[in-house]
Design a protein around this ligand. Structure first.
Ligand SMILES: [Mg+2]
Ligand SMILES: [Zn+2]
Length: 173
């Protein structure tokens, strides 16, 4: 089995159900985990792998939600995971407008922040999982192995999987 220094997960469309195009998960009651996502995170943690969430939340910059709303959403996120026996080691969000920062994916700033805060994390021995091309680009720019969640293979990613549970099975193979 490959030993990963950490696994970095996108949030919307990877762990929880994505809001419709152009909308945001702005309130805790709008948050639903994807099927099997909780147990998938639990399997990573049970294997001793730290798990971090790295998420773009431009809705804050756009005034669609406040930083406090985002915190409330993340409290609910942790609660739903805990109900599945899972935890994450950290949630990192880019709350900025496009082109206004160095942390909005596809840039790797959020991933570098994880590594800065957690010196035991070696991004070159880590994997980034996400449902968007920007997740793969951010992971690759940080030196991670990348898993794209998609129905059709993404040649830019190390591997493509249909869901987080399938991605985790590959990661723990
Ligand atoms: Mg996503
Ligand atoms: Zn940012």
């Amino acid at each position: 089995m490959t030993t990963w220094s950490a696994v970095l997960l996108d949030r919307d469309g990877t762990v929880n159900v994505k809001a419709p195009e152009g909308e945001y998960v702005a309130h805790p009651d709008q948050l639903t985990l994807l099927p099997g996502a909780g147990p998938a995170v639990r399997r990573l943690r049970a294997a001793g792998i730290p798990v971090f969430v790295v998420t773009n939340q431009r809705g804050v910059a756009r005034g669609v939600m406040t930083a406090r709303d985002l915190e409330a959403v993340h409290e609910r996120f942790r609660l739903l995971l805990r109900a599945a026996g899972a935890e994450v080691d950290g949630i990192y969000a880019c709350v900025h407008e496009r082109g206004a920062c160095e942390c909005r994916k596809p840039l790797p700033g959020l991933l570098h922040r994880v590594a800065r805060d957690h010196p035991h994390v070696d991004l070159r021995q880590s994997a980034m999982v996400g449902d968007a091309a920007g997740d793969v680009a951010a992971g690759a720019a940080a030196g991670c192995v990348t898993v794209r969640l998609a129905e059709t293979p993404d040649p830019a990613a190390t591997v493509t999987a249909r869901s987080l549970p399938e991605a985790v099975t590959w990661l723990l193979r």
